[in-house]
Design a protein. Sequence first.
Lengths: 343, 717
Amino acid sequence: MSNPVIKCESVYKIFGENAKKMLKDSNGNVDAKTFQENGCIVGVNNASFEVSKGEMLVVMGLSGSGKSTLLRCISRLTDATGGKIFIEGQDLLQLNNKELIELRRNKMGMVFQSFALLPHKTVVENIAFPLQIKGIKTEDSISKAMDMVKLVGLDGRENYFPRELSGGQQQRVGIARSLAVEPDIWFLDEPFSALDPLIRKEMQDEFLRLQDKLQKTIMFITHDFDEALKLADRIAIMKDGIIEQLDTPANIVLNPATEYVRKFTEEVPREKVLLIEDVMDPSTTDNLGDLKVLKHEIIENVAEKILTQEKSVAVIDNNKKIVGSINPTKIINTVFGGRKNKN
Amino acid sequence: MEFIKKYPKLFQWLFLLIVFFALCFAIDVPETYKFIRGQAEFVKDPNQSYYVFLGKEVRYYAFDVFWRLPPLLGWLPIWINDSLFFLMNEWMPIEFWNEDTQEFRTRPLVLQISRNLTAVMTFLIELIREILLGGLETIVAFTSWDWIDKNPWAELPGLPWTIVAAGSAILAYKLSGKGLALFAGLVMVYISIFGQWKPSMQTLSFILVAAPLSFIFGLGLGIAAFKSKRVEKALYPILLVMQTMPQYAVLVPALVLFGVGDHAAVIITMVVAVPPMILLTILGLRAIPPEVIEAGRMSGCNNWQLMFKVLIPTARRDILIGVNQVIMVCFSMAVISAFIGAKGLGFNLLLALNQLNIGLALEAGLCISLIAILLDKMSLAWANKQTDYFGNLTFFQRNKNILFFAATVIIGIILAYVGTFLFKGSYNYLFEVPHNKGISTADFWNKGVDWIFDTFFVYIKAFNTWLIQDVLQPMRALYLRMPAVATIVLVVGAGYLIGGIRSALVVCALTLFIAFSPWWDRALVTAYMATFGVIVSCIIGFTVGTLCFQNKHSASFMLGVCDIFQTFPSFVYLIPVMMLFGITDTSVLIAVIVYATIPATRYTIEGLRSVPVGLHDAATMSGVNKFQRLTKIEFPLAFPHMMLGLNQTIVFALFMVIIGAFIGTEDLGQYILKALSDKKGAGIGFTLGICVAFIGLIFDNLIRTWVEKRKKHLGIN
């Protein structure tokens, strides 16, 4: 983990005419209100984080929170107003246009909320597009694109036009296109937000399957907290351009850092999100019952078994070594505990 | 008072009208005023006043300033004219190497540029023309007249019509399929056997140069305007004026710059066809969703790739409408440019018109329309063409079109050769059907019109007399009776009520330009004809549109009819009415009405269609009947779009009124036509064109402002 793939240091994005000067004068202390009075709008406010190889960072926030702007700074679709961004150690903001194009052609892929397919190209042509832009021969790019068509399960529809496909299918094309150049870094900007709930769930599962196979470094933008919990290794919650909390899903649910984050976590069904290891007591490893549960199990899956026990239950890891314990009361507290505080 | 508070706008309009009429009654007609003498005649007359500005003497008949404003801009046409001549003949003399005489010669820069442009255009046109029809200019361009004298075999023979017909069918097949191929073949055969081959090919060679050049320039400038705000700001006013400028008016300055002939026609066509192409390119590029551009960037496009692989193909829909516009303008210019010596169908059409030969004119007009439709469909098919990557094709399959074409060429040549024996001593019909030696339906049409004329002569004459004496003359007199001040107050007041101070100022500036030009009276006549045409067109168009909208099929059918009517060269409309009503305002007005009803109908249907389906359902569920739904829901919502139709109707009507000068009217168009044959007419023609354009722009500004406001009010976009 020593070399993060993406590294942001105090990234600011401020829209407006003399944004650069105002940022300089403020000494890194950006107050959205004073900026707004001077005709500037703060998009991203002092964002610092790292994403390591193979990790999926989900940036979650409501509309206008600056999450898409942050992603566009990191893909340099817009230039950040201040701060530093490193992609695999390269200073992104120092790249000239040619180097940037090289980086995008080989290292980056991006999926868009409204799919952003080229209407005049068929499915296979859309997917082959980034390859052809790179200058790969038509036949090679088409055969590579056909592989991608199979990967996302659109075989038989390769000669359809985007307008002839459903939303879910169009987004599969978008995904295939972003993967065609085999990028290391994968940006997804609310890829499933425009889809129906059932299709969305299907696409999320499909996405997890793909990521399991490909192990890309991912930045995933969403406004759906449940989606973030389901997919993320770590979640960054944004509000008004500021990252309110950046942590693992379990920690966010158990220890929300601010009132704003707590509001999201309130309605979350914890038993579906938390793992046994998140709530177990690692200090007590003796005087346990016969039942053993794996530490990677989701609570919901084993809760019934545990609740029938009187004694604490042993928690084991993959090597069947006991790493902690959990008692039925703890399960009940976890599932219902948070709600009590509220009333 | 309650009433006034409830309808403040209504009260304001009433007030404006009262002021207008009060002014009209308060200001008397000066005793010396006579329309036909007018202010515009440049005859010397001791009764005239004059002033000198910029060294130009302007003579005019002075009236009370409230009645007619003095022509303060009278020096403008003379000044434009002199500047143009100065540019052409004196400015920046530079030494150029002359090939023919092998020595340096001093020539003004602009003249040299215009000569070079002329040479390039002429070469391009001749190249295509001689491939189609044969000739030796192209070979001469590469060698010399001496060389061709020694080698008479080198003359291009021209393609037999069979090859061109089959070739276009094959091309159409490759682009689209059997349907278009059949259409292409039939069009070509029709042209050939009706003896229109030579003029058609001449027109085609002109179009094939003008259309691609207009497309390239329009696209290029559109991209430049899209990329740079400054370019757009510089282009915008020119585009606006060019859209309402009568195409006639461009002819005159071009005549001075480029002389007479096909090359000048190509350049003028570009001047007219490029603006709509630019506008539609900008429109299309603006409408691209930002995510598509980002997707292109993230795919690693450089700027060039982004423009040509992502942006332009994505904006294809609007750009194709632009291509369609370019082709249509090219064909309408093919007729108009016959005035300055372009050869082809347009020339024949004008000739037939002059001879009052409706049959011949119709046939030439039909050829123009057919070729226009064919080229339009082909360009559309080309843009939508799809590649098949997976077909495992043999050599023959892959190259079948080329092979077929090769076979056609051989067969065509053999046929033409056989023809020389078959038609010994007469014309070789397998090579080219000569003009006037084909089948002709002209007699049929002529007899038809004659029959109608003979049979209904009494009624036509009665109608004509009634219309002119009881409607048109009084209306014209009323328009001319308006004192200039009253007119300006009315127009500016309307601008203020509709669009506030900004609109009022714009409208005021446009009106003052016309009022200060020497042609205010003529402009009033133009306005009267256009108003009459627009009112009748709108009544017909809105009624027909509403009726057709009641049924899905009739609506689609009507839109199709509109499409076809729009491709007819506008001159064609003049023919039948001229036959029936002679050289009167009635003829012009009927042509205006026929032509201007097209957009009125089209926009009515489209406007009614644009009413959301949800609202229909909501209305039905509220229990309205069909009539209530129409008046309470569909009309109010469709009205903004219908007003845009009104805007188009005005532009179309003005256009036709100006063309009507060909029949003989007393408006601005007549002066433009006069300027065409006047050596010093360039400035006059151009200023007149601007006057007409400004009349259009006044209405354009008022209507657009109103529509924007109304749309915002209704929350539709």
